[in-house]
Ligand binder design. Structure first.
Ligand code: AMP
Ligand code: ZN
Length: 114
């Protein structure tokens, strides 16, 4: 999608600190990190929200979780622990409408989303 920020990062039209990529996904550092390690994991293909995924995307959705595994290990936070967050739509706090997982870690995380 032409105007989508994360599509532009995927297509290298906008710079980002990419930490991992493969045929189906790209992972890059969040520009405004909420934890010492804050990586965004996105599918290359534009899906606006999780609600736009269908049964045929089951492999892709599973793949994004496995990418999170790999990147957590790569960043040295796998054993200590980390959090994955997926915001969906307005009340979920989604701001960028290209499906993404937040991988957060590097410190003990609090748990008070509301
Ligand atoms: P969400 O609120 O779940 O839609 O998260 C969007 C995230 O994208 C936020 O954590 C932003 O800091 C991050 N973000 C916005 N623009 C960029 C960018 N150009 N490069 C990297 N991260 C970005
Ligand atoms: Zn997009």
């Amino acid at each position: 999608m032409e105007t989508c920020l994360f599509c532009k990062i995927v297509k290298r039209e906008l710079s980002a600190k990419i930490v991992y990529e493969d045929d189906d996904s790209v992972a890059f550092e969040d520009i405004n990190p909420k934890a010492p390690i804050h990586i965004l994991i996105v599918p290359r293909r534009h899906l606006a929200t999780l609600l736009d995924a269908s049964q045929s995307d089951d492999r892709l959705l599973g793949h994004l979780l496995l990418v999170a595994n790999n990147v957590a290990r790569q960043k040295g936070i796998a054993e200590r622990g980390f959090r994955l967050v997926l915001n969906c739509n307005s009340e979920g706090g989604q701001v960028v409408f290209h499906l993404h997982l937040h991988l957060l870690g590097g410190q003990r995380l609090s748990w008070r989303p509301a």
